[in-house]
Design a binder for this molecule. Structure first.
Ligand SMILES: [Zn+2]
Ligand SMILES: [Zn+2]
Length: 319
């Protein structure tokens, strides 16, 4: 079709199955090839539930797998259909038993990788289907077993191997800096820590003052929570806690000030006095706070096998 010497090409939209898309693979223009490449990637994950492939593709793109509970209107994988509560009694405008379209029925559901824009009532599936098909567990296993560079949200099943490391631009020296290498400061609320100091020039960001620019680039660091020695300590404590009541159990936690620091606390003492032991996977040192606790020898044995040193002893040697 020619119009004033400029060729205007009419375009058509079409929905194709993967099989039909693959017939076009390599024979179409760039924009269409992009759609084919995305479809190939998505199907390469090979999950029977298509939504799981979509979730993984999204997770790889953003470097993160997250999920949250969500009230949903319907589920594609079971018989939970969009429905409404009924009027309990008749009135001028409706009869008893009529559906009240202002009152949709919500089901307990889950939504993976929800972004900043939240759609009410929309999720990936209901909670029952998520549990029945082990969706979370299978996604996490796939990410770990295939060594995908994806940070997995903290969970009770398995820690992911990587943490996403956001890249910022220093406001002072202009260099790209990794968040994991920045020094930390306490938040104004005192409820946590935020990355503040530039590892290259030392410039610190200040609340309401200059701050390092965010970028959409990121790298990854190994997740200390998935280190062998950390998993071993965790299992020892799980075993130790079995068959004991709460007051005799021990908690195992990761410090909020540092991804590399872990601690063991007793439950029966106030928090300022409850510490049994700490260790740091970066400095490879541990510090004993309660040397008479029965678990100490087992934990120290594990850490020593991974070349950890006693912080105190080390200082004595130095003197
Ligand atoms: Zn369902
Ligand atoms: Zn700097």
């Amino acid at each position: 079709m020619k119009k004033r010497g400029v060729k205007i090409e009419k375009r058509f939209a079409i929905n194709l199955s993967l099989d039909d898309l693959l017939k076009l693979d390599g024979n179409v223009e760039e924009a269409a090839q992009k759609v084919i490449d995305e479809a190939k990637k998505e199907s390469s994950y090979g999950f029977d539930l298509p939504v799981m492939n979509e979730i993984l593709k999204q997770a790889e793109k953003q470097g993160k797998l997250t999920w949250s509970h969500k009230q949903i209107n319907s589920c594609d994988y079971c018989d939970k259909k969009r429905d409404y509560y009924v009027y309990p009694r008749s009135s001028r405008n409706h009869r008893k038993g009529d559906k009240n379209y202002d009152k949709p029925i919500y089901y307990r559901g889950i939504k993976f990788n929800e972004g900043f824009i939240v759609f009410k009532g929309m999720g990936d599936m209901c909670w029952d289907c998520c549990t029945k098909h082990k969706v979370k567990e299978r996604l996490i296993d796939y990410i770990i077993n295939n060594d995908l560079k994806v940070q997995v949200m903290k969970n009770d099943y398995k820690p992911g191997k990587y943490l996403k490391d956001d890249i910022r631009i220093c406001f002072d020296c202009g260099e790209e800096i990794l968040e994991s290498q920045m020094s930390k400061e306490r938040t104004l609320m005192g409820d946590g820590y935020y990355p503040s100091g530039c590892p290259k020039c030392g410039a610190k960001s200040i609340p309401f003052g200059p701050s390092h620019k965010t970028s959409n680039k990121f790298g990854f660091i190994k997740n200390p929570e998935a280190f062998e020695e950390v998993l071993k300590v965790k299992h020892i404590i799980e075993d130790y806690n079995k068959d004991k009541d709460r007051s005799n159990q021990i908690s195992f936690f990761q410090y909020s000030s540092s991804n590399y620091s872990f601690g063991l606390d007793r439950y029966d003492l106030p928090s300022w006095n409850a510490r049994v032991l700490d260790f740091n996977t970066n400095s490879k040192k541990y510090k004993i706070s309660d040397k008479n606790h029965p678990i100490i020898s087992v934990i120290v044995n594990v850490l020593s096998n991974y070349d950890y040193l006693d912080n105190e002893e080390n200082q004595i040697h130095k003197r």
